[in-house]
Design a protein around this ligand. Structure first.
Ligand SMILES: Nc1nc2c(ncn2[C@@H]2O[C@H](COP(=O)(O)OP(=O)(O)OP(=O)(O)O)[C@@H](O)[C@H]2O)c(=O)[nH]1
Ligand SMILES: [Mg+2]
Length: 697
């Protein structure tokens, strides 16, 4: 491949709601750029960026993937990001590697939950962005309605630079409001097109849109404003120049149109990427820490080498692959660099570019490019690599806490033996999955960002690592607390020949305000318990509270005051006081009106008017409390709080109510007391699982 300098590189991420057409657009870009010999399709399972067997089976992107194409003398690196909420953590990690986001929107659905989520991320990363309204060929797709929904959500700074020619199945091209020309595409996915004058029946509307666009561009640039006043219009060159500045400053977000599936109007998007989006050099400085203090890393080939590792691919055969974006300097193969987050040296092997899963050898890698290397020992997603002595650290990414847990059971002894190694490899590439053993039930608990996420992880255990597991129903992370106060004594005394055991504590228990975990106050005066035993008493309670007295769930939200006790000169010990404290805790909790708490989720549902009634009714049946409703364009947003235990099968329900045209987001809000009549059910379950003994109820 040709050697590209940073001026001629563009790094973009395709982001958006699930199934808006990101992978299909990447396919069209690759085909247009000559990287593939035909237009690959998600349905055929032959795309470059959805290569994982799980992605092919489900026809969705699960992992981000990198590809590149050459266009007008430039190299465009495209990160095809997943859109489903379960995998958005990966999308977020990739945003650290690019200089702009391309937000893909389904032209029939308009802005959806996922669109808003990725927009928020792009704002957080301060990235310039373009918007692509895709699926313009689809039944019910509508340019004006979709632009309206974009305006409702993201403001009028989002501005069309094109208009569609033909609607739905007759969509055949675009009027380009910058060159003031029409591009009419051939049928048959070749992407070939003819340039033509703006169709006469569109002229008036196009002139109006050109005027709007010109005004918006001129507004942001004084120099252009003057010219616009003088001449009443701006030339194509002036518009391009102005747009580029406004886009880079995140003052304007141009809207493009396409049908990725039919390869219509996808080339003008590539032109736009090259002409309007910043190169790594134009992006300017990147925030980071230099030698421990906040600073900015200059995009220059003459600076010390620094790169952000934004993705790790773990494979049982090829080992670990790390993808990085170079922000300064040059990286040579077979060199030694420093992982500045972990303070260790990493010896690199060869470097390569990734075209999906295909590895293309690279010589040295230059500033601004995205490159991969294999078999780093201690480097993971989010880490910074830099030249020795440079001590550069890019900001770390916050990953979401898991929102759902299931128990998994290895099918055979051999599976049991292999599971821990496999889990280790899986968490290397996916830092948001957790697999831990529940100390109470000894079950293996897998936690992830949603049911689909967990199912895919168990699939991966099976296919990639040959570990077969059964997935059992999700576990709700219940907690326990007290509603009343108590005053109790815990006395542990064992005196049977030799040295005995003696510990005696008196404590008061009372509830704390919600949200606070635990407080311990020591009010021992006059030496009824020697000071050196107090930490053991607190520790005893800390340990005992991991298992509440109602159903064996962790106790939270309470305060313990230690106010009295007694000791024995010889027999008292740390362990004796620990045991006494745990006895006191159990007794104290039982006497303080213990109760069970359940997690309540914030749920946001996006739908249209037609399904509102059914959805509200359904939420009612799930003990949901509707907090509010919003209207944005045609979209209705329902905000509600619903117990997690009631949301486990919401996904299929919403799909069936809305025929797949609804989406929702869910995140943890707070804990609330489980209604009395439902507590018994949880206790019965706990007894069955061996969490508590029947007499402990
Ligand atoms: N009619 C029509 N269908 C399209 C178009 N682009 C994509 N599709 C279809 O929409 C579905 C989803 O396309 P993808 O390219 O996988 O969408 P995505 O945004 O990558 O999806 P995720 O990565 O899973 O979020 C597939 O069935 C595509 O064939 C288009 O322009 N027109
Ligand atoms: Mg995709």
């Amino acid at each position: 491949m040709k050697d590209y300098v940073a001026d001629k590189i563009r790094n973009i991420a395709l982001v958006g709601h699930g199934s808006s057409g990101k992978t299909s657009l990447a396919s069209a870009f690759l085909f247009n750029g000559g990287a593939t010999s035909r237009l690959t399709k998600v349905e055929k399972g032959n795309t470059v960026t959805d290569y994982d067997p799980d992605e092919i089976k489900r026809n969705i992107s699960i992992n981000s993937a990198v590809c590149f194409m050459e266009w007008n003398g430039h190299k465009i690196n495209v990160v095809d990001c997943p859109g489903y909420s379960n995998f958005l953590w990966d999308t977020k990690a990739c945003l650290g590697a690019v200089d702009a986001g391309a937000v893909v929107i389904d032209g029939a659905s308009g802005v959806e939950v996922g669109t808003e989520k990725v927009w928020e991320m792009l704002v957080e990363f301060e990235l310039p962005r373009i918007i692509i309204i895709n699926k313009m060929d689809r039944e019910n797709s509508d340019f004006l309605r979709t632009v309206e929904s974009v305006h409702q959500f993201f403001g009028r700074q989002a501005i069309p630079v094109q208009m569609p020619i033909g609607k739905e199945k007759d969509f055949s091209g675009v009027v380009d409001l910058i060159s003031k020309k029409a591009y009419i595409f051939e049928k048959g996915e070749s992407g070939k097109y003819k340039e033509a004058e703006i169709p006469s029946d569109m002229k008036e509307a196009a002139d109006k849109k050109i005027e709007e666009l010109t005004e918006m561009v001129a507004e942001n640039e004084e120099k252009l404003m003057e010219k616009y006043f003088e001449k009443g219009e701006l030339s194509t060159e002036e518009l391009v120049e102005g747009l580029k500045i406004s886009i880079n400053n995140r003052q304007l977000f141009p809207i493009f149109l396409s049908s990725a599936m039919l390869n219509i109007a996808t080339q003008p998007i590539l032109d736009g990427v090259v002409n309007f989006l910043p190169s790594p050099m134009e992006r300017g400085e990147i925030k980071g820490k230099i030698k421990g203090t906040d600073g900015a890393i200059k995009a220059s080939k003459d600076e010390s080498f620094s790169a952000l590792v934004f993705k790790t691919i773990s494979d049982p055969y090829t080992g670990r692959i790390s993808l990085m974006r170079i922000f300064s300097g040059t990286l040579k193969p077979d060199s030694t660099v420093v992982n500045s987050n972990r303070g260790v040296d990493e010896r690199l092997g060869g470097l390569f570019f990734l075209q999906g899963k295909e590895q293309i050898p690279a010589g040295e890698a230059k500033i601004g490019d995205i490159v991969a290397t294999a078999k780093l020992k201690m480097t993971f997603t989010g880490d910074t690599l830099c030249a020795k002595g440079a001590s550069i650290e890019f900001p770390r990414i916050d990953f979401p806490e898991p929102s759902i847990s299931f128990a998994i059971e290895p099918e055979t002894r051999a599976d049991e033996d292999r599971i821990s190694q496999a889990v280790h490899r899986i968490t290397e590439e996916d830092p948001t999955v957790r697999i831990e053993r529940d100390p109470e039930t000894n079950e293996l608990i897998i936690s992830g960002n949603g049911q689909l996420h967990v199912e895919i992880i168990t699939d991966r255990l099976k296919k990639k690592y040959g570990v077969n597991v059964l997935l059992k129903p999700p576990k709700i992370p219940y907690k326990e607390t007290i509603r009343g106060k108590s005053d109790v004594q815990g006395k542990y005394k064992k005196q049977t020949g030799g040295r005995g055991q003696y510990g005696d504590v008196k404590i008061k228990m009372e509830p704390l305000t919600r949200g606070k975990d635990f407080e311990f106050e020591d009010k021992i005066f006059g030496g009824s318990i020697p000071r050196n035993f107090i930490p053991s008493i607190e520790k005893g309670i800390q340990e005992a509270k991991k298992k509440g007295v109602v159903a064996g769930y962790p106790a939270v939200n309470f305060k313990v005051t230690l106010y009295d006790g007694s000791f024995h000169d010889v027999d008292s010990s740390d362990i004796a006081f620990k045991i006494a404290a745990s006895m006191a805790f159990k007794k104290g909790m039982k006497e303080a009106k213990p109760t069970i708490l359940e997690p309540i989720m914030n749920v946001e549902i996006y739908t249209s008017e037609a399904y509102m009634g059914d959805i509200m009714g359904n939420l009612n049946g799930r003990r949901g409390k509707v907090q509010g409703m919003e209207q944005k364009g045609n979209l209705r947003i329902i905000k509600a709080q619903v117990p997690m235990a009631e949301m486990l099968d919401f996904e299929p329900t919403l799909t069936s109510i809305t025929g797949g045209r609804g989406s929702y987001l869910m995140e943890f809000s707070h804990y609330e007391e489980v209604p009395g009549q439902l507590q018994q059910k949880i206790i019965n379950e706990a007894v069955k699982e061996g969490r508590v003994k029947p007499e402990e109820e």
